[in-house]
Design a protein around this ligand. Structure first.
Ligand SMILES: *[C@@H]1O[C@H](CO)[C@@H](O)[C@H](O)[C@H]1NC(C)=O
Ligand SMILES: *[C@@H]1O[C@H](CO)[C@@H](O)[C@H](O)[C@H]1NC(C)=O
Ligand SMILES: *[C@@H]1O[C@H](CO)[C@@H](O)[C@H](O)[C@H]1NC(C)=O
Ligand SMILES: *[C@@H]1O[C@H](CO)[C@@H](O)[C@H](O)[C@H]1NC(C)=O
Ligand SMILES: *[C@@H]1O[C@H](CO)[C@@H](O)[C@H](O)[C@H]1NC(C)=O
Ligand SMILES: *[C@@H]1O[C@H](CO)[C@@H](O)[C@H](O)[C@H]1NC(C)=O
Ligand SMILES: *[C@@H]1O[C@H](CO)[C@@H](O)[C@H](O)[C@H]1NC(C)=O
Ligand SMILES: *[C@@H]1O[C@H](CO)[C@@H](O)[C@H](O)[C@H]1NC(C)=O
Ligand SMILES: *[C@@H]1O[C@H](CO)[C@@H](O)[C@H](O)[C@H]1NC(C)=O
Ligand SMILES: *[C@@H]1O[C@H](CO)[C@@H](O)[C@H](O)[C@H]1NC(C)=O
Length: 508
């Protein structure tokens, strides 16, 4: 009967947002269970505020000897002090899965926690432990998943935990003070997910990382790794996501081939010290959705490129073999050569393209294609002489950065055709708005017709026109309600500043 009541209440709890458990009468008495020997307390996920104070954790788990899974995610356990692990260890010897994420636990994990050796799943994410990770985790030989993400961990993480034979997933991310090195990984490691981003892990990636044949996610961004990227990384058959951004990796990258990494979806290597060749095979990976090579020292005459491409362009024609590509970030490298944007026309899913700050020279296109999903186009310092014509027919563009090019004359009014432009940077181009475009204000959006043909709307937030050739204030901005940043510095604007400009909440 009690068991039924308990279950019922837990089912109700799943819909509740806030509950003070001390007011629930049945909880005033210790709970007694003689129900089935497999009991889950597992349904708190949707609760946002639940405080376990009176009865305390000890009473709560009393007589739950057979409990194998305990999930109190988001339950406020801050009142339990350091007794909680002792409580758990004594009362729940059979516990296999413990999930206490965002429970407002504080302080180090009590040594009695080391008795819970049958644990295979531990999730303590989002508690302010402000201490070292306990070394006894290395003795938890049943451990399959461990998440200590965002726990304010400090000191050196015990390497041996990373080579526990059954370990499949470990997440130590967002512990910026946590140091550590990667161990020598054994051949038969079960590891699938290794997440150490935004930590202070350091040193080189061991060649033995190639032993992690089940690895699907390797996320090491914003840490302190150095050295080269082991070529065996390009042989991890099951890899889906490889994120090494924001470290100090140097040297060249290994050749990634479709046959070796058929499942690779995201390859992010931004903001390292990488250089050398990019094999064009990189541009033929069938599953690739995101490729970020920006802010490195890649350069080229890129190997295989000249053959892959009919012109001598720096981006191989084979780029069109990436049908699933969503973003391509190649900015701030030393790629050079002349190219046309037409080579991207088959990338129907492309959402973001950034080729800025290389030594590229992008030639005009004849506007014969569109990229239906493009939201951000950044072509700063690309030696453009005109606004890319394909934008005339483009719908949904939000960010356009064409700064530092050789565009001159009047900005074509069709630049607003996408109807969604939020951020526009045309700085360092000798342009002016000779035809003042008719932009709708927010009341009229999609009804005002620009040039009698195309609808425009009012959602411009950022407009940078530094060092252009403006001779007067762009009046069409008057009705742009959400505009909050305009840079018109270093132009040749005559006359008084219009008064409407002071009515806006602007940073000029
Ligand atoms: C911890 O447990 C002991 C008895 O086991 C008790 O005396 C003490 O008050 C408890 N501390 C807290 C903070 O609950
Ligand atoms: C691991 O277990 C062994 C044997 O049970 C013990 O000697 C050792 O101290 C334990 N290590 C840690 C870090 O708890
Ligand atoms: C891995 O290999 C070692 C030695 O080769 C062996 O002792 C261990 O049991 C193996 N582990 C698994 C999970 O197969
Ligand atoms: C990677 O795998 C390919 C076959 O898929 C093999 O030819 C190559 O030798 C492997 N590379 C290394 C370094 O093991
Ligand atoms: C490129 O083509 C030339 C001749 O057409 C050939 O000699 C060279 O090996 C090719 N390079 C690559 C990397 O395939
Ligand atoms: C920029 O483009 C012009 C022609 O549009 C070309 O003459 C010039 O060489 C290009 N500059 C660079 C650095 O490629
Ligand atoms: C635009 O150029 C492509 C080749 O890049 C050509 O096939 C197409 O016919 C041209 N379209 C127009 C309208 O000139
Ligand atoms: C446009 O790109 C340049 C070069 O990458 C950058 O410095 C600038 O901040 C960008 N403009 C905006 C509005 O973000
Ligand atoms: C939009 O409409 C509201 C009420 O209809 C009005 O108060 C507001 O001034 C209008 N905004 C503009 C920019 O015309
Ligand atoms: C700048 O604008 C003036 C007219 O205001 C025009 O005469 C001049 O040619 C423009 N400069 C460039 C580089 O386009």
């Amino acid at each position: 009967m009690r068991y039924l009541l308990f279950l019922l209440i837990f089912l109700l709890l799943t819909k509740l947002k806030s509950l003070d458990i001390s007011t629930v009468p049945f909880c005033e008495r210790p709970l007694n269970f003689d129900g089935p020997d497999f009991i889950r307390v597992y349904e708190f996920e949707e609760l946002h505020q639940l405080k376990l104070e009176e009865p305390n954790l000890q009473m709560f788990v009393r007589n739950m000897n057979d409990l194998t899974e305990l999930n109190l995610d988001n339950v406020d356990l801050s009142a339990q002090g350091s007794n909680r692990s002792k409580t758990l260890a004594n009362a729940l010897p059979r516990l296999q899965s413990l999930s206490l994420s965002f429970c407002r636990l504080s302080g180090s994990i009590h040594p009695s926690f080391s008795q819970l050796q049958s644990l295979s799943h531990i999730d303590l994410e989002g508690n302010d432990l402000s201490s070292e990770a306990p070394h006894f985790f290395a003795n938890f030989s049943n451990l399959v998943t461990l998440s200590l993400r965002s726990c304010d961990l400090q000191g050196n993480f015990p390497e041996n935990v990373l080579i526990l034979p059954k370990l499949q997933s470990i997440d130590l991310s967002d512990n910026s003070l946590l140091t550590g090195h990667l161990p020598k990984f054994p051949f038969n490691s079960s590891l699938r997910q290794l997440k150490l981003y935004n930590t202070n892990f350091r040193g080189k990636l061991p060649d033995s990382i190639g032993n992690l044949m089940f690895l699907t996610h390797l996320l090491l961004s914003s840490s302190n790794f150095i050295g080269s990227i082991p070529s065996l990384l390009a042989n991890l058959t099951l890899i889906v996501e490889l994120d090494l951004r924001g470290n100090s990796f140097s040297g060249s990258i290994p050749p990634f081939h479709a046959s070796a990494v058929p499942n690779l979806e995201f390859l992010r290597l931004s903001s390292n010290l990488l250089n050398g060749v990019i094999y064009s095979s990189l541009f033929t990976l069938p599953s690739l959705q995101g490729l970020c090579l920006d802010n490195n020292h890649f350069s080229g005459q890129l190997e295989e490129f000249s053959n892959a491409s009919s012109s001598d362009g720096p981006i191989p024609k084979s780029i069109s073999k990436l049908p699933r590509l969503v973003y391509l970030e190649l900015a701030a490298n030393n790629f050079y050569g002349t190219m046309k944007l037409d080579i991207f026309q088959s990338l129907r899913n492309l959402n973001s393209l950034d080729l800025s700050d290389n030594k590229l020279s992008i030639e005009g296109d004849n506007g014969s294609f569109t990229l239906p999903n493009l939201a951000a186009l950044k072509l700063s310092r690309c030696n453009l002489t005109e606004v890319p014509k394909f934008l005339k027919n483009q719908v949904g563009l939000k960010t356009l950065n064409l700064s530092n090019n050789q565009i001159h004359g009047s900005v074509p009014s069709w630049i607003w055709n996408s109807g969604s432009l939020y951020e526009l940077d045309l700085s360092q181009n000798a342009v002016d708005f000779l035809e003042q475009p008719l932009l709708a204000d927010s009341n009229q959006s999609k009804t005002v017709i620009d040039g009698g043909k195309n609808p425009s709307s009012s959602i411009l937030g950022v407009l940078a026109l530094r060092s252009c050739n403006l001779s007067r204030f762009p009046d069409f901005l008057k009705n742009q309600d959400i505009l909050f940043y305009i840079d018109l510095s270093d132009n040749k604007i005559n006359g008084r500043t219009p008064s409407w400009i002071w009515k806006k909440n602007l940073r000029i």
